[in-house]
Every structure is written in structure tokens, then in C-alpha cells.
Ligand binder design. Structure first.
Ligand code: MLT
Length: 410
């Protein structure tokens, strides 16, 4: 009989969001009239920007004409999109990133997992706790961990706790780690990193030959002008960091699918024989072999984000969600809850009321207010006692959810 990848058997039963969906569906089945408002998963709700839709409609027409029809595109993405990204997202912020270092993909979640293909199995890997579960689970799947312990931590991973006590920024580890996942603005805590904090990480990575996986999926939500949007704004980061970005949250592409990963050309890893290997070459080889690129139509839609109208429309979308975040912060405070994040990120991180675990609070909110959030403990042991509320929803739903919470908790 064919054998299976036993590493999958080490995984916690369900990925967090399907588990939440399962509980919510059970509740709805038992309470069919309940008007449930979902502020759990960070999925956008507002329509795609007009500029993106127009560009995609035009691209569909291109596909209907032999002279402009496109078959397979470049696995790395079309140059016209990569050049706009390089100029607008990086060079305009003083980052020395070339279009050839940008790889277009169908999602940062996929890339965060796929990137492990080009790294060895003997690296020491650090994640923050709480953490976006994809970083952990993908390492479990490829066999980089032992079993899960009673605390919910996998043997072999280095967990860096982030809590209110350290202002939700992980301390630089005293031990040597090879791969480090950082996400700023942070999912789930909504915390941000200053240039000084990222500089400390870059200095650590350069001193130890480590690689930072920097997830910047939420960079567009930064409102404080002093905060960096890209790790490449930090001196030396091109020698030690891979950055992941996405059109999902800034332009509403969660269902449309387009993202990008930056692998600088001078980034080096070590082969078993001790020689230096350019990670760009390996990632290029990996993508060329396992990926056929994002559809032409979707890439044209993403390109439109960089047009004048696209910029104004995506700005309006971001402002809309950030106003939701402000309402959530204010109203939860009125309800007597301690809130963090939500000022430069679409997530508000809430301290659960005394005596309630994260899942207790989840059940209470669902039953008493018919509001869905995400239990902090689902993001890691140090998330216990916290709860994440997402600002991705309509204004009416956010207002109504907050009205219910204030009524029950004030
Ligand atoms: C979340 O809710 O954390 C998001 O769905 C993350 C993601 O974009 O995969």
C-alpha cells in the first residue's frame, strides 16, 4: 500500500479558520434565525476597485483576439507588472529592488509555504507566538518539527512570545536561528515594527547568516509615516531577507488571487558541500518547474492598482477598513475591553475579560452577540487570553456587531 507523509499526522486537527467555520455552521444550524456577523477570518468584503475591473474586462477582450491573445505567461510574472511594483512599492521608498527580483504569484500564503522547498531540512526555525498558522503548519508538513506538546508547541521550533508585556514585538533570540518569520503590520496582533526594531533583526540575521521571511501583506494599512513598509528600507536587508506581499488586502484580491515575493539576487544560502548558492536561482528554478504563473487577466487587474485611479480607489478601500478598525477599537473600549493594534493594521487584538479563555470568549460572543471573531490561542500558546477582531466587513455589520457587544459587555 502507498504510504503517506506522516508529518501531516502531527498537525493539529484542523486549520484554524475551517475549525471556526465548523463551529459557526453548527451554531447556525441550531439557531437558523440568528443574524451572525463574521469578523473572524481576514477576508475582504468590499468590491474590487473599478480600475482593476476595467483592466480585467479589457484583458478578457485581449484574450478574444488572436493578435493580443496570451498563452503561457512568464513563470515570474509579466515584466510590465513587475516593473510597476519595483518602481512604486520599492524604488519610490528608497529600496534598491529590481523588477527581476520580483516573482508574481497567486498568493502570499502559497509562497510562504512554497519557499521552504529551496531551504534545507536542518535549519533552526523561529516564529513569533502568536503567529499566522501557515508559517508553523507548512514547517510541520515538510518534517521540520517534532510532535506537538501539551502547550500546543511543536518540538524543534523556536517560539518567540509577543504579548502586551513586550509591546507585541519579539525580542531578538539569544540563540542562533537560521530562518525567522516576521510579519509587520502583524497578523494577528495588529502590532507594527519601527525601523530600529527591524534594524536589530537585520543586524542579527547578517551576523548569524540567517534569512528573514518578511510578510508585508498588510503594509498598505500603515498610517504612521515613520513606520517602514518594506524590510528593504532597512540597511543590509537585501543580504538577509525575502519579502512577501499581496494584492489581497489592499485591493480586495482575496478571491482574484495575486501576490508577489521578492528574492534579492545577492541573497545567499549554503549548500551541503559548503559552497554558496544564490537563493534567487533556486526560487526561479522552483517557480519555473512547479508554477505556470498568474493569469494574464488577473495580472492586468493588479497592474491597474498602480494607475492614478487605481491608487485613489485602493486608498479609499484601505481608508474604509481602517475607519472600521477605529470604530472597533473605540466601541470595544466603551465595552470595557482592553484593545491593541488596529491603528496601522486591519486587526484589533483584544484582551479577553478576566476568567475567559480565548475559546470561552469566542463561544460567548457567538452565543450572546452572534458575532464571530478569532480566538487568540488559535495563533499560538501566547495568544491565550486574547481575541482577534477583523476590520474587514461592511460598515453596517461593524456598527451592528459593536452595538451588540457594547450592549452585552458594558
Ligand atoms: C487571516 O484571517 O488571518 C487571513 O485569512 C490570513 C490570510 O490571508 O490567509
Amino acid at each position: 500500500m502507498a504510504t503517506v507523509n506522516d508529518n501531516y499526522l502531527k498537525l493539529k486537527a484542523g486549520y484554524l479558520f475551517p475549525e471556526i467555520a465548523r463551529r459557526v455552521n453548527a451554531f447556525i444550524e441550531a439557531n437558523p434565525d440568528a443574524k451572525v456577523i463574521r469578523l473572524g477570518i481576514g477576508d475582504v468584503t468590499e468590491p474590487l476597485p473599478q480600475a482593476c475591473r476595467d483592466a480585467m474586462i479589457k484583458a478578457v477582450e485581449d484574450m478574444g483576439d488572436r493578435s493580443s491573445f496570451k498563452g503561457y505567461g512568464p513563470e515570474q510574472g509579466y515584466a510590465w507588472l513587475r516593473e510597476k511594483i519595483a518602481a512604486h512599492d520599492f524604488q519610490a521608498r528608497g529600496c534598491d529592488i529590481d523588477a527581476s527580483e520580483i516573482f508574481i504569484s497567486d498568493g502570499s500564503k502559497c509562497d510562504c509555504g512554497n519557499i521552504l522547498d529551496i531551504f534545507g531540512d536542518d535549519n533552526i526555525i523561529a516564529v513569533t507566538d502568536p503567529v499566522y498558522p501557515v508559517y508553523v503548519d507548512t514547517n510541520v508538513m515538510v518534517g521540520h518539527t517534532g510532535d506537538i506538546n501539551e502547550k500546543g508547541e511543536y518540538e524543534g521550533l523556536v517560539y518567540l512570545p509577543v504579548t502586551a508585556e513586550n509591546n507585541f514585538t519579539a525580542e531578538i533570540p539569544s540563540q542562533k536561528v537560521d530562518l525567522i518569520y516576521l510579519c509587520f503590520p502583524n497578523n494577528p496582533t495588529g502590532a507594527t515594527a519601527t525601523k530600529e526594531h527591524l534594524q536589530a533583526w537585520v543586524d542579527y540575521a547578517r551576523a548569524n547568516g540567517s534569512i528573514i521571511f518578511f510578510d508585508a501583506a498588510y503594509e498598505a494599512f500603515i498610517t504612521d509615516p515613520s513606520l517602514p513598509h518594506s524590510i528593504y528600507e532597512i540597511e543590509g536587508a537585501k543580504e538577509c531577507a525575502i519579502e512577501f506581499r499581496s494584492f489581497s488586502k489592499n485591493a480586495g484580491f482575496t478571491g482574484t488571487r495575486c501576490a508577489l515575493t521578492v528574492v534579492p539576487k545577492n541573497l545567499i544560502g549554503k549548500a551541503k558541500d559548503g559552497s554558496n548558492v544564490e537563493l534567487w536561482k533556486l526560487w526561479n528554478r522552483r517557480q519555473s518547474t512547479k508554477f505556470n504563473g498568474v493569469s494574464y487577466i488577473v495580472q492586468r487587474g493588479a497592474e491597474a492598482v498602480y494607475s492614478e485611479e487605481g491608487q485613489a480607489q485602493t486608498r479609499a478601500l484601505i481608508d474604509f477598513y481602517m475607519e472600521n478598525a477605529k470604530i472597533i477599537r473605540e466601541q470595544l473600549t466603551v465595552a470595557g475591553l482592553a484593545v491593541y493594534g488596529g491603528e496601522n493594521a486591519p486587526y484589533v487584538w483584544v484582551k479577553t475579560p478576566a476568567g475567559l479563555t480565548s475559546w470561552d470568549f469566542f463561544d460567548k460572543l457567538l452565543q450572546a452577540c452572534n458575532v464571530v471573531g478569532t480566538p487568540g490561542s488559535g495563533f499560538g500558546a501566547a495568544g491565550e487570553g486574547y481575541f482577534r477582531i477583523s476590520a474587514f466587513n461592511s460598515r453596517d455589520n461593524v456598527n451592528e456587531a459593536m452595538r451588540r457587544i457594547v450592549e452585552k459587555f458594558k
